[in-house]
Design a protein around this ligand. Structure first.
Ligand code: NDP
Length: 451
């Protein structure tokens, strides 16, 4: 980046940091986008003059509210709920709800900002939002989770709606929580509308939604490899996490002939040199979804596997990596180790899993690096298709949806390649995703005038 452009980025970021003090995750997400979009706007000054990036980095609104509920012992518990509605220039706000003790305004603003670009990249008419609460569903009984979800929706319902804002699941929010929240919404409003996605198949949910993010990330990885005349077949793959995204990514890597070496959770990671095949992935799904166990139990069950307490999988030599757990889970040092071990491609299944210094290392090394807003957009794309099905009162089959998902991921890859391919033929997918995502939203905002 030339000196003038670096200065412009710094002065833009000073404004963002001053307006949003202490919100480090939000600063990080905005900086990552601004570093690509500001130089691009300097070549397209209409967007610069109309302060498009400043406008997108200021959420349309942030709602925060008290969520009171009663635990099994009769104690009154108080959590904080949020909905960040970042931008609805191209469609209703759309983005997941996260229930996790780490949830705060900064994390949700970063996620809602990212979601705006991701949703734009899908090619579907959906704006960007995100929400959640600092509630920890772990260790809670079903009834406690139900009471929490009902209380949460008792406030959230006035801010959402099928044409207004359509939340979905995220960390800590799966089918069970969506069911409780949908039930409460319906009870309060007396309306059966597509206000949430990720619903059960029986009440308006879409086939393929659970699979979509992980499958989509694997499709994106394959698309990147295809540009080199290569594929996932025969490659070793590090995957982190053992939740929704990680396990379905592991399935698809297996379907495509790759070998999954690792999975993890917040306690540590397991390394199985024999490969975590489809049967073993099913064992992990059962462990996590039904038995609510720890990934360490994998190494007790599969004897060739080892468990590494408190560690992340990035030191294991492999061809490819898919971080699918949480934000900032690949540090700069770990990115260096992965490169030293010969990694050739990384597709981010989680949101912002690679620290910004790690991203720079991957980009400087010119490996295939698929950023989250492109690689993990399959989930929200499938949610967009669920919205369409609800509006039309119809449902597509599993196969129809799988084909649509593959086409959407191919389309996202093409959009990134169009804006990110450099003179030497290498594609900077980070720049491509940021610029392509920005352009569509900015063009819609141009049409609206100053609002
Ligand atoms: P899940 O709750 O199903 O799984 C999360 C996994 O990450 C679990 O294995 C969890 O371990 C692990 N984890 C959570 N926090 C940490 C931490 N601090 N350190 C190490 N491991 C951690 O979530 P999802 O799979 O749905 O989501 C994973 C990521 O993908 C998130 O970043 C999410 O925002 C993103 N994403 C999800 C989409 C979806 O469709 N689900 C769509 C797009 C993005 P443990 O079991 O110990 O908690």
């Amino acid at each position: 980046m030339c000196a003038q452009r670096a200065t412009d980025l710094e002065s833009f970021m000073q404004g963002v940091e001053a307006k949003n003090p202490g919100e480090v995750e939000f600063h990080q997400a905005v900086r990552e986008v601004a570093a690509d979009v500001i130089p691009w706007m300097q070549d397209h000054p209409i967007y610069l003059n109309l302060q498009m990036l400043e406008r997108m980095a200021e959420p349309d609104r942030v709602v925060s509210f008290r969520v009171c509920w009663e635990d099994e012992e009769g104690n009154i518990r108080v959590n904080r709920g949020y909905r960040v509605q970042n931008n609805n220039a191209i469609g209703p706000y759309k983005g997941g709800l996260r229930f996790h003790p780490s949830v705060n305004q900064s994390i949700l603003k970063f996620l809602a900002f990212e979601q705006t670009f991701k949703n734009s990249l899908t090619g579907l008419p959906i704006g960007g939002g995100k929400g959640g609460a600092d509630f920890n569903p772990k260790g809670k009984t079903n009834r406690e989770v139900m009471r929490f979800c009902q209380s949460f929706m008792t406030e959230l319902y006035r801010h959402v709606g099928a044409d207004v804002d359509v939340p979905a699941g995220d960390i800590g929010v799966g089918g069970r929580e969506i069911g409780y929240m949908f039930g409460q919404y319906k009870r309060i409003t007396n309306q059966f509308t597509g206000v949430l996605t990720g619903k059960g198949i029986e009440y308006g949910g879409s086939e393929m939604r659970p699979e979509a993010t992980g499958y989509g990330a694997a499709y994106f990885l394959d698309e990147m490899l295809k540009t080199k005349g290569d594929s996932v077949r025969g490659k070793s793959v590090l995957i982190s996490g053992s939740g929704n995204v990680a396990t379905f990514a592991a399935d698809k890597i297996n379907h495509r002939g790759g070998k999954v070496l690792t999975l993890s959770d917040s306690g540590g990671f397991i390394h199985d040199p024999d490969g975590i095949d489809l049967e073993k992935v099913n064992w992990v799904k059962d462990l996590k979804n039904n038995r609510r166990g720890r990934i360490s139990e994998y190494a007790d069950h599969f004897k060739n596997a080892t468990y590494h307490e408190g560690k992340r999988p990035w030191g294991v030599p492999a061809d490819l990596a898919m971080p699918c757990a949480t934000q900032n889970e690949i540090s700069s040092d770990e990115a260096g180790t992965m490169l030293a071990n010969g990694i050739i491609g990384v597709a981010e299944g989680a949101n912002m899993p690679t620290h910004i210094d790690g991203i720079h290392q991957f980009l400087n090394a010119k490996i295939l690096f698929g950023p989250a807003k492109a690689a993990n957009a399959g989930g929200v794309a499938m949610s967009g298709l669920e919205m369409s099905q609800n509006s039309e009162r119809r449902s597509w089959t599993n196969e129809e949806l799988r084909n649509m998902l593959r086409d959407i991921m191919t389309g996202i890859h093409a959009r990134c390649a169009e804006d990110g391919t450099q003179k030497d033929g290498w594609c900077n997918y980070v720049a491509g995703a940021n610029i392509a995502g920005f352009k569509k939203v900015a063009n819609a905002m141009l049409a609206f005038g100053v609002v």
